[in-house]
Write a protein that binds this ligand. Structure first.
Ligand code: DAT
Ligand code: MG
Length: 140
């Protein structure tokens, strides 16, 4: 069975950049065999974050999330490979860093800091539709 080459959006969130983990995160992506197609450092404004996180509007962590994502620079990456959308989310680990499996980015480097939003180092698109929408947003 063959699979299509996909592209996904990876964001190193402000906590990952501030903790100097951008290289370690990219190292894991490349070591897995995925290809870096484009990369840029961005200071995101509220407008792009409102679009990026539109699905979460109204949830209790939405405002803290949008504020946290504006708290410092973010590194955006366009990453390619067969099943990379699913594959990067496995590399990232589950959303809650406390219970994310060791060996994953969130499991190895993340923890709960007692804040209103979980700081979990990375974002990865969750579907083909999300990746197309998000890549258009961050690599316009
Ligand atoms: P993911 O980033 O794993 O796709 P998501 O899209 O559901 O998770 O949520 C976006 C971010 O919001 C997530 O990375 C961390 C934060 N978050 C999600 N659910 C949360 C919750 N219940 N409490 C605090 N922060 C949360
Ligand atoms: Mg998500």
């Amino acid at each position: 069975m063959t699979t299509a080459i996909e592209e996904t959006l990876v964001l190193v969130k402000p906590d990952g950049v501030a903790r100097n983990l951008t290289g370690e995160i990219l190292r894991r992506i490349e070591a897995k065999g995925y290809s870096l197609i484009d990369i840029r450092m961005v200071q995101p404004d509220r407008e792009i974050l409102a679009k990026h996180y539109a699905e979460h509007e109204g949830k209790p962590f939405y405002e803290p999330l949008v504020e946290f994502m504006q708290s410092g620079p973010v590194v955006a990456m366009r990453v390619a490979g067969n099943r990379v959308i699913e594959g990067f989310r496995v590399l990232a680990g589950t959303t809650d860093p406390t219970t994310a499996a060791p060996g994953t980015i969130r499991g190895d480097f993340g923890r709960d800091w007692g804040l209103k939003v979980q700081q979990n180092l990375v974002h990865g698109s969750d579907s083909v539709e999300s990746s197309a929408r998000e890549l258009a947003l961050w690599f316009a």
